[in-house]
Structures are given as structure tokens and as C-alpha cells.
Design a protein around this ligand. Structure first.
Ligand SMILES: [Zn+2]
Length: 436
């Protein structure tokens, strides 16, 4: 009798351990997804930890007193590989991705549940309580993910699409909005209540997957996302001002400020800001300061120390350990913070950065640089309803980075979608210039 009880107790402990190991693997994996979301390859140490946890989970499930449970090994390993691929699809799709990845990204919210439910039922034919524990845990996490997303989406608010947004949408849809909406699964687009409107994202909902809508379908950035990019820009400027940082608008954001009279580009997909590090503002002080400021004001901050890169997102940070699950979300309203330092290159004073941007020339040390006088001392320019710090010679800087920056070019848009919208943007740009 005592032997049977001891065996049952051991089985329960083994099942609970398997469940806890799965949970740790899951959290480690969703944490890893921050890299593809930001177009980086995951670091070795983080990947090794996740890999080791996955191997431990599968080993624990497969090892039984009789040896190796081959059925449990096949099911647990196969399940983890497929489930984690489904979870990763929305993060992989932040870069232009294959149609399969984009399809999976579109259905990313509930595909894990569709996989884990049947897998759990099928596993009941295998007498392995550790396998059952892993699949029950996975099913519970997936169910809770789906329910939380559904619940958050109830909080979406209606935005009216302005004339420009609507004309771009109609052009890309070739007039048939309903078919276009259905074909691309655009659940945010509401056509049944009079004029077209948009179920906008908010602080606690998932963001609109506007990377897909903007970069692949060639639509304008959704009105909600534009509003949130503005709030995000103001938040970051306030944080950098508090730190006494020297910073400036960069890339597409600067282009919007200069060419579009202080507005975002119609197809903007992120906010770009650069910061100068020196003896007073070190990397540690900047990253800690921005992380604390984000935590206080409810913005999510990711720090990539090895790459000297910080991304700050509009969504509300969740408490640990659910904090990293946000990396499963399909879209993101984000600002990229790049780092510059003073240097001398070929006898000239420059500001240089490690990562490539636009057509910035290479410096002597193998980084990318801009003549110091183009940036310093920084000036200000109106941008999204406030005065924003910008390079001393913004037009020369844009010229250096993009060449003829007055000419509209869609660096991130699908070629066909870009061609379709050219006429509309040329007209709009002209009318803005006349009114500006
Ligand atoms: Zn939105």
C-alpha cells in the first residue's frame, strides 16, 4: 500500500515538475521573441537557455522507469516545435515574410489554442502523466491568451477615417472595400455603420497590425496608431529632456517634420530618435533613465545593450512574468532610439553610430557618421504638435541620408501597393505645400 502511495506521489511531483518546466520554457521563448520583433538575431546565451529548457522538458516527459517513452517523446517534441513556430510567426512577420508566415501571423492569437486542444485529447491515449501535465499547462496558457486578447479588444474605440486615409484605402481595395476587408482579415475596419470607420487600438488592446497594413497593403497608418505615435514621441522627448540629453529626430520622423510640415508620414511605421552619449550621459544612465520613465508613465521599454539600441513601445507593461507575452502580439507602436558618439574620422569631427542608416557614409572606425556641424548644436522643429529637438541642418542631413528627400519614396512598401498609391500621395504632397 505504502509503495503504491509513494509511486502516486512521485508521479504527481514529476507531473508538476514537467508543468513548471513547460511554463519556464514558454516564458523564456516569448522573451526571446523580442529579437525578431526588432529585426535582430537572438543572442547565444538567451537562445541556449530556451533550448536547454525545451530539451529538459521533453527529456523529463520521455524518461520513464522502463526507458524512453517514444510516443511521448515524439508528441512532446513535435508539439513544442509546431507551437513555438506558431507563436513566433507574428514576431517574424515584423520583417517582410513569406505568405505562410504572414498567414500564421494573422491567425497567431488563437492558432496555439487550436493546436493544443486536439493535441491534449490525442495524448490521452498515451499513458504518461507528465505529457498530460505539459499539454494541460500549454492548453491553459493558450486559452488564457485568447480570452485576454478578446477581452482587451472589447475596449477598442471607433475612429473616423479621414478623406486621405479613405481614398488610399479605396484605391488599394480597387473600390471593393468589403472584399478587401475580408481578404486581409481587417477586423478593425467597420463598413456596416455609415461611413468607413476604424476600431482603434488603445493602451490595453493589441496594437493594430499596421506594419502589415502599411508595408504590405500600402494603406495609411491607422488614425489610432498615429495618435499613439504622437503620445509616444511626447513621452520620450519629456524623458530625454529630464535626463538633459542631446537628441534629435531621425529618419522618417525627421522627414515628416521637414517635408510634411510637422506631421508624421502618412505611412509611418515607427518613430526614430537619436541620442548623443558623452561623459555626462552614459549608456547606463540613458537606458536606466528611459526604463524608469517608461515604467512610471506606462510605456514598455526594451533595452538591447550589446547593440546599443533601445525600443520604447506604446503598450502598457504587464506585471512579471506575463510581461514578455506582449512579444506574441502582431503589431507594435514603437520608437527606436539610436546611439551616437563624437569621433574624429579622416581628420573631421563627426557623430557616429554603430548601425547603418539610410546612406550615412562609413567612418574611419567602421561605424556610420555624419559631420558634427550638421547636428550640433541641435535646433528645434514643430513635430506632432510640439517643438522637437532636431539636427542643426535638418535638410542637409536628410539630403545626406536619403538624397532627394522631397521626392516621395516608399522604402518599406510592397512594390505593387506603392505603385497604386503614387498618384494620391503626389496630389496630397502638393496640396500640403500650397497650404503650408
Ligand atoms: Zn491602432
Amino acid at each position: 500500500m505504502i509503495g503504491i502511495e509513494a509511486t502516486a506521489a512521485n508521479q504527481i511531483i514529476a507531473a508538476l515538475t514537467a508543468s513548471a518546466l513547460y511554463m519556464a520554457t514558454y516564458l523564456s521563448f516569448v522573451h526571446l521573441l523580442k529579437y525578431p520583433r526588432n529585426w535582430h538575431l537572438p543572442g547565444w546565451s538567451a537562445s541556449l537557455v530556451t533550448g536547454a529548457l525545451a530539451i529538459l522538458t521533453v527529456s523529463l516527459v520521455s524518461l520513464v522507469p522502463e526507458g524512453i517513452d517514444l510516443a511521448a517523446l515524439t508528441v512532446s517534441a513535435g508539439f513544442l516545435i509546431v507551437l513555438f513556430f506558431l507563436m513566433a510567426a507574428p514576431a517574424i512577420a515584423f520583417r517582410p515574410a513569406s505568405q505562410l508566415v504572414e498567414f500564421l501571423a494573422k491567425h497567431g492569437d488563437y492558432s496555439g489554442l487550436l493546436l493544443s486542444g486536439p493535441a491534449l485529447l490525442a495524448s490521452l491515449t498515451i499513458p504518461n502523466s507528465k505529457l498530460h501535465a505539459v499539454l494541460v499547462t500549454a492548453f491553459a496558457i493558450e486559452l488564457s491568451w485568447v480570452l485576454r486578447q478578446r477581452w482587451a479588444n472589447q475596449k477598442r474605440q471607433l475612429y473616423v477615417l479621414n478623406d486621405t486615409d479613405l481614398s488610399v484605402l479605396k484605391t488599394q481595395a480597387k473600390g471593393d472595400l468589403e472584399a478587401f476587408r475580408r481578404r486581409h482579415g481587417m477586423s478593425e475596419l467597420i463598413l456596416s455603420q455609415g461611413p468607413a470607420s476604424w476600431r482603434g487600438c488603445g493602451k490595453k488592446t493589441a496594437p493594430c497590425p499596421f506594419n502589415f497594413y502599411v508595408n504590405r497593403l500600402g494603406l495609411n497608418t491607422a488614425p489610432c496608431c498615429r495618435e499613439h505615435m504622437k503620445q509616444l514621441s511626447h513621452h520620450i522627448a519629456a524623458g530625454l529632456d529630464q535626463l538633459g540629453a542631446v537628441y534629435w529626430l531621425e529618419g522618417g520622423s525627421l522627414l515628416g517634420a521637414v517635408r510634411e510640415n510637422g506631421a508624421l508620414l502618412d505611412w509611418e511605421d515607427d518613430v526614430d530618435i537619436s541620442v548623443l552619449l558623452d561623459n555626462k550621459l552614459t549608456w547606463d544612465r540613458l537606458s536606466t533613465g528611459l526604463a524608469e520613465h517608461g515604467a512610471r508613465e506606462g510605456f514598455y521599454v526594451d533595452v538591447f545593450k550589446n547593440r546599443e539600441f533601445i525600443s520604447i513601445s506604446f503598450d502598457m507593461p504587464k506585471p512579471w512574468p506575463w510581461r514578455w507575452e506582449r512579444n506574441r502580439l502582431r503589431g507594435e507602436i514603437r520608437a527606436d532610439i539610436a546611439i551616437y558618439r563624437k569621433a574624429v574620422s579622416y581628420g573631421k569631427e563627426v557623430l557616429e553610430r554603430r548601425s547603418h542608416k539610410g546612406a550615412l557614409p562609413a567612418t574611419e572606425s567602421g561605424c556610420f557618421g555624419v559631420p558634427q556641424e550638421m547636428i550640433l548644436p541641435t535646433s528645434t522643429i514643430p513635430f506632432v504638435d510640439r517643438d522637437f529637438s532636431c539636427p542643426n541642418q535638418p535638410e542637409k542631413y536628410l539630403q545626406l541620408m536619403y538624397g532627394d528627400f522631397r521626392k516621395i519614396e516608399y522604402t518599406y512598401l510592397d512594390a505593387e501597393a506603392a505603385k497604386t498609391r503614387t498618384g494620391i500621395d503626389t496630389g496630397n504632397s502638393r496640396s500640403r505645400k500650397l497650404s503650408g
